[in-house]
Design a protein around this ligand. Structure first.
Ligand SMILES: Cc1cc2nc3c(=O)[nH]c(=O)nc-3n(C[C@H](O)[C@H](O)[C@H](O)COP(=O)(O)OP(=O)(O)OC[C@H]3O[C@@H](n4cnc5c(N)ncnc54)[C@H](O)[C@@H]3O)c2cc1C
Length: 488
């Protein structure tokens, strides 16, 4: 594997065709018991790849290129790589994240701008990594230039599989399953073990293998304390995908799963060689534990996420309204009241986003970062609110979510029955079925249920995020109010 500093610098943004060509490498991807020859043609994976390729093409589209790209020294790059130096830069990053999310209404959750935010933040605060070794900071700056100029698509894998929960709770990893360094050589590290759960893994060019689980600082944990990146096609990197939710249905029958299948995969590292140039932290559990917070990578990621969740929630509000209107339920006070609840979620996210952006401030590295608390509030509440939004679709849709013939039934011997019995006061059958098939894909299908699980977990276990939120919250002012009245 070539050193990062020797790899060619690209011209910035890539188009979809270039992206698909780059996916055709020797990557070791398995699905449904078979090795995938080519992720761009495999029936379970190709439409997700095409969707992402289409999104990359939009970086060249006059309608949105000013939002999703920026210019620097004559080059054009994805806005998500832009190091923010002002409140306006933070707002531009937010607009870009919102635009990317709009293209799938948030249903392709893991667009590349999520991980770009993390790489950008680590590079912009690379001095932090000098605490480990001076060269680690330079490695990160070089890596950032490599992925930014080549517009690489990244996934990440942060979590070791849990072998024994008691052990995991104490901040220890299991030698049996967890990814660990098994050898050091002059040229790099050799790693072995498994990591969870790379969303977009088979469709990514690169994997960020960073620490997330909190590690206690003892000798036993040193082989588990590291941060590195590796190309998806590197020798020894193997991905085991979950079942696909793209069952090759038409876009009428499965409007979301036919387009937005972002595959998740467990990654096995089978004696993978990681060149030193791709290593950013090593044998320092406490530095690893501090990394996402002190570089503000976590805040930049939260910022990308809240913009995406806003786009997703606006779509769900629209869906609920359209469903209610189909049969005239939109005149009913109780229905209006329920949909208003979804509107409050959208407006709360909007307010939190704008609060975070407008109070962006300079950090200790001389870069700008959005205010953490509003974004963290969203990060902690959305995993609870999203399942409620889905419940609303189920409550409102009821049997209409299931009484949905397929596209084939619109033009066969049943077509007259279908045209007659599936119409509603406001929609002809074909449109009513299309609407409720869409709602089914959001709230009933395997695709939709995986979205719920994703929202519950992709940022980490809810109780751990809540406990961090509690620790960071400025409680003193509020407790003073209690003391004051007790002493009044
Ligand atoms: C659809 C989906 C996509 C994902 N994509 C990615 C990805 O792209 N990259 C990535 O790195 N990860 C990804 N994840 C993994 C995600 O980060 C983890 O699921 C999450 O951190 C929880 O870890 P776990 O799954 O091992 O569950 P567990 O650790 O088993 O947690 C399950 C429950 O145990 C409890 N728990 C866990 N740890 C503790 C503790 N220390 N103390 C007390 N209670 C605890 C919590 O209540 C938690 O809800 C994804 C997950 C899902 C479901």
């Amino acid at each position: 594997m070539s050193n990062v500093s020797d790899l060619p610098k690209g011209d910035g943004i890539r188009n979809g065709k270039q992206y698909l060509e780059d996916l055709r490498d020797d990557r070791d991807v398995w699905i449904h018991g078979e090795k995938v020859k080519d992720v761009t043609t495999h029936p379970s994976l190709c439409r997700g790849a095409e969707t992402l390729a289409g999104f990359l093409d939009r970086q060249f589209d006059d309608q949105c290129k000013d939002t999703v790209t920026y210019e620097e020294n004559g080059g054009t790059y994805a806005t998500s790589f832009m190091i923010p130096k002002s409140v306006d830069d933070i707002k531009k990053r937010g607009e870009s994240a919102y635009e990317w999310a709009r293209w799938s209404n948030g249903m392709f959750g893991r667009t590349p701008d999520y991980k770009n935010a993390s790489v950008m933040a680590f590079a912009a605060s690379a001095k932090f990594l000098e605490e480990g070794r001076p060269e680690f900071a330079e490695n990160m700056r070089n890596y950032y230039e490599y992925v930014r100029t080549n517009d690489k698509v990244l996934t990440h894998t942060l979590i070791n599989p849990t072998y024994n929960f008691e052990e995991a709770k104490q901040g220890r990893s299991s030698e049996k399953v967890a990814l660990q360094v098994v050898k050091e050589t002059d040229s790099g590290l050799v790693v072995n073990g498994a990591r969870l759960l790379a969303t977009l893994g088979p469709h990514a060019d690169e994997i960020e293998v960073f620490p997330s689980s909190l590690l206690t600082a003892n000798e036993d944990n040193l082989p588990y304390a590291f941060a590195f990146t590796i190309p998806t096609g590197a020798p020894g990197v193997r991905m085991i995908c979950r079942d696909t939710y793209d069952h090759q249905k038409s876009t009428y029958d499965a409007p979301l799963s036919s387009r937005f299948e972002e595959m998740d995969a467990v990654i096995i590292f089978d004696n993978v060689h990681v060149p030193w140039e791709r290593v950013f932290m090593y044998r320092d559990p406490l530095l690893c534990n501090r990394a996402f917070a002190e570089t503000h990578a976590v805040v930049h990621m939260m910022h990308q996420v809240i913009c995406g969740k806003l786009a997703k929630t606006e779509f769900i509000v629209g869906l609920l309204c359209a469903m209610a209107k189909a049969t005239g339920k939109d005149k009913d006070m109780n229905v209006k009241g329920m949909i208003a609840e979804a509107m409050w979620v959208a407006e709360t996210l909007r307010a939190l986003r704008y609060h975070g952006e407008s109070e962006a401030h300079e950090d200790q590295w001389g870069n700008y970062v959005a205010l953490r608390r509003p974004l963290d509030t969203s990060r902690n509440t959305y995993p609870k609110l999203y399942p409620r939004l889905i419940e609303m679709i189920q409550m409102l849709g009821s049997s209409s979510l299931i009484a949905t013939p397929t596209e084939a039934d619109l033009g066969n011997a049943l077509s007259e029955d279908v045209a007659k019995y599936f119409q509603t006061v406001n929609l002809k059958s074909e449109d009513r079925i299309a609407l409720f098939r869409l709602a089914h894909d959001v709230a009933v299908s395997g695709f939709g249920n995986r979205q719920v699980l994703y929202e519950r977990f992709f940022f980490g276990p809810q109780n751990i995020m809540a406990s961090i939120y509690y620790d960071l919250y400025n409680k003193d002012d509020m407790m003073d109010k209690v003391t004051e009245i007790l002493n009044r």
